[in-house]
Design a protein around this ligand. Sequence first.
Ligand code: SF4
Length: 451
Amino acid sequence: MAVKGGDIAKLLPKRAKCKECGFPTCFAFAMKVASGGADIDKCPYLDEETKEKIREMLAPPILPVTLGKGERAFVIGDEEVMFRHEKTFFHQPGIGILIKDTEPEGEWERKLKAVLEMSFERIGRTIRPDLAVLEASSGDEGKFLSLVKRALDSSPDLPLVFMAPVDLAAKAVEVCGADRRPLIYAVTKEDLDQHLPKLKELGVPVAVKGALEELPEVTEKLKEAGLKELVLDTGSRELWDAVKDQILLRRAALKQGFRPLGYPTITFPCFMAEDLEQQYLFAAAFVVRYAGIIVLSDFVEDYLYPLLTLRMNIYSDPRVPMTVEAKVYEINAPTPEAPVLVTTNFALTYFAVASETEATKVPAYLVVQDTEGLCVLAAWSTGKFSGETIGEFVKKAGLEEKVKSRKIVIPGLLARIKGELEDELPGWEVIVGPREASGLSAFLPDLAGRR
Ligand code: SF4
């Protein structure tokens, strides 16, 4: 729930138009503070307690938690909406692999390698998993700590979760250093008082495990101790119950503004199904329904790639079309005799055209024009993709000097701009290409044969 300027104004001192904050009235200042455009410190007449109260009101309904450090660090939480179409989801869930200290050391190596090295290219972006969850299941402290050291040796910045009794997890934090921001999993209502001083001293993110009704008491005590980077686990290990909990937590934080539950969550498909395929299906449900971290028992490329793709799609901003850089792409090492193809910078269109062209092995220049991410017809209907704009782009890109074939292929959907482009590019043969990118597989070899 967004904080209202009026609610902040009620807490301001209301000195008649003193303007020391730089605003004409207290109310104007309050409105600006509420929208994030001014700092509450700008009013010199507020005491610390009131400032803290206002900061609390302004805090995001689901607090952010940063895990890891360096290039691999990532943030979870800090979400504002129940449904992606209302605005966007901001911080995608971290995908983790579970490594138990009871597994053979060869498995430790294989799994660490998987989380560090598995990555995929998807419409111009690299997608990869995020973290390793190290579980102390042997009961042997030395064994767990050697797994921790192995993980630390494998990478200077792989985010880690220490799933162990809190005393042992604290030792692991001391081994790796608190600045690496590992997550301690997990403190409960029963052992909180015993561990609170140590957790306060370490200051790293902490997971809280307990039934929904127990969590607020624990999170409030942690918050009072200054620990605000918390991750919630309701302990549900049945899919439907776990998804329901995710929804209840999100609703409590966003719709009821209930701060004690305003933290990201961790989910465990790895403990919900033996079958790996089923784990990934459950993981997909948690991508859609609000998980902050999703833990799987293993990474298999054939399952991981679709899961990461789903995550990328759900966490892309629906208000911003995906784009690629507008420029001339050289495909299959074109010579001056190669034709020029034209399309827009909508990522899906570009990748469809580029991959189909590549597959034909026919050398070609691909002109990708900036249409602000609009597809061919939408760009044309808004005047962003026309004979005039294409002609201008071709001239600016220097293709008139570079390309001797003087053949330019326009998308079949835009056959109507043929004459317009011929006027813009005298001496060029404007050819109407296929309506769909899939048609290039037959069209391009045919065009090359005609040369
Ligand atoms: Fe009001 Fe404080 Fe601004 Fe003065 S400085 S106008 S008291 S908000």
